[in-house]
Design a protein around this ligand. Structure first.
Ligand code: TMP
Length: 223
């Protein structure tokens, strides 16, 4: 079993208190496509909801709102990488209001993707035009005003080619799901894991039951 806690200086984590008087717990699931993140977050939701009835919310980005629809549409249209990044952040700005409301009610909020997705995916997409470092810095900057800092981020990691294999066996690929691109995404995720103290990596090459078990253990350490 490999669960690696990374304890290093943070770049996005804030020592300042959040502007919400938060009582709940905010947990984010991250990972490249095919790591099983959505399956695992649903399993974790079901198990925690059984233990803490009415106290758990499962949400995801892009959202189901009209802003989330704009994000999905931008994936199908030819928009610039910068425009696409700004759409993801706009969707997040509204989503964060809902997340804060749940946290203020004392809920455990499980979120399938949040701002690390933008840094990793749009960082990889903007690498060619902006340079990787400048892209990541810009993406951190535009996210800063619209995010709630997660109490815990669980990054599901495995070999990218194996993750992609899982996806192709399910059928259907988006432009986000190409190997070289996802390798760049993975590099940025792993760099974030080195600098973010509240980001834990979980070996996702195992069964979803094993991965969910580790996730629940890490979440319970924070409840
Ligand atoms: P999903 O497969 O987890 O529903 O996510 C949809 C796609 O959107 C996935 O390939 C990752 C991508 N994405 C970004 O590129 N940036 C983001 O900020 C988010 C939230 C998702």
């Amino acid at each position: 079993m490999t669960v690696t806690a990374q304890v290093r200086p943070a770049t996005m984590s804030s020592s300042k208190p959040s502007d919400s008087a938060k009582k709940g717990l905010f947990v984010v699931f991250e990972g490249v496509d095919g790591t099983g993140k959505s399956t695992v977050s649903r399993m974790v939701y079901e198990q925690l909801e059984a233990e803490y009835p009415g106290r758990v919310e499962l949400t995801a980005e892009p959202t189901d709102s009209w802003l989330g629809e704009c994000v999905r549409r931008s994936s199908a249209e030819e928009v610039t990488g910068a425009a696409e990044a700004l759409l993801f952040v706009a969707d997040r700005a509204e989503h964060t209001r809902q997340i804060r409301a749940w946290l203020n009610e004392g809920k455990i909020v499980l979120c399938d993707r949040y701002y690390f997705s933008t840094i990793a995916y749009q960082g990889a997409a903007l690498k060619a035009s902006m340079g990787a470092k400048a892209a990541v810095e810009w993406l951190k900057e535009i996210n800063r005003p619209v995010i709630e800092h997660p109490d815990l981020t669980l990054l599901l990691t495995m070999r990218v080619d194996a993750a992609l294999e899982r996806l192709s066996s399910r059928g259907g690929k988006t432009k986000f799901e190409q190997l070289d691109y996802l390798r760049d995404v993975d590099v940025i995720y792993r760099a974030l894991a080195m600098e973010e103290p509240k980001l834990h990596t979980i070996d996702a090459s195992r069964t979803s039951v094993e991965v969910a078990k580790d996730a629940i253990r890490l979440i319970k350490n924070n409840i």
